[in-house]
Design a protein around this ligand. Structure first.
Ligand SMILES: C[S@@+](CC[C@H](N)C(=O)[O-])C[C@H]1O[C@@H](n2cnc3c(N)ncnc32)[C@H](O)[C@@H]1O
Length: 212
């Protein structure tokens, strides 16, 4: 690779799952669940089938900023980075400091920015990264078990931060999550993925272009 090609190439994810440097992802995820069961909402990370299906509707050529809520130990982050363009950015927001520390150590990619905080502050976090809008937002948050008001605030902030033509991608074990999406998105596609523990409901909530 020439030096100019090397500059154009993002520092791709170098991944370490070494127990010598810290906990392994499954153990850390389970520990996170034991510490904050309501916030984590699951004992097992998402399956490859779920990940592939959820991301299949993303137009990667039109993606400059991808935001993920609740990355946990990064089960989606790696497949997103594998699909993303060299000049795109992935911002992953999680309230759990242990997960964010782990992601900072484990995924070394210049396009990746893990942020400790709540998804409710997505507009501020997107602005801090120098963007006006996100192209896609993905959520693995346990919407129905979040403290009262938080799910509504996150859905409203997401509808605002998305660009027209973008989408809010949501996977969840309960279809109750749709009631958080309905007030903010007119067009919502639905799928079901049985090859996940537990089986998951999938939603693609589109922010349509304004009519001309
Ligand atoms: C079910 S886990 C998602 C796991 C992972 N995305 C996967 O696919 O395996 C939910 C995650 O949401 C995080 N979380 C909960 N409330 C949050 C909030 N308000 N903002 C951002 N992250 C939050 C938890 O710390 C946890 O990492």
């Amino acid at each position: 690779m020439t030096s100019s090609a090397a500059r154009a190439e993002p520092r791709r994810a170098s991944r370490r799952h070494s127990g010598a440097h810290g906990p392994r992802p499954l153990g850390l995820f389970f520990k996170g669940f034991l510490k904050h069961p309501v916030m984590v909402g699951s004992i097992i990370p998402s399956s490859t089938k779920l990940i592939d299906r959820m991301l299949s509707r993303v137009d990667w050529a039109e993606t400059k900023l991808f935001v993920e809520y609740g990355p946990g130990v990064g089960t989606f982050c790696r497949p997103i980075l594998d699909r993303m363009a060299p000049d795109a950015t992935l911002v992953a927001i999680d309230t759990n400091a242990d997960f964010i520390d782990y992601l900072k150590r484990d995924i070394r990619d210049s396009r990746f920015s893990p942020v400790q905080g709540s998804a409710a502050y997505v507009r501020e976090i997107v602005a801090e990264h120098g963007f006006d809008h996100a192209d896609y937002v993905l959520s693995g948050l346990p919407f129905s078990t979040l403290p009262p008001g938080v799910g509504d605030a996150i859905a409203a902030a997401t509808a605002e931060v998305l660009r027209p033509g973008g989408a809010f991608l949501v996977y969840q074990f309960s279809p109750k999550v749709k009631k958080f999406l309905d007030p903010h998105f007119k067009r919502i596609d639905h799928g079901f993925e049985p090859r996940n523990i537990p089986p998951a409901q999938l939603y693609w909530a589109w922010k349509d272009q304004p009519a001309v």
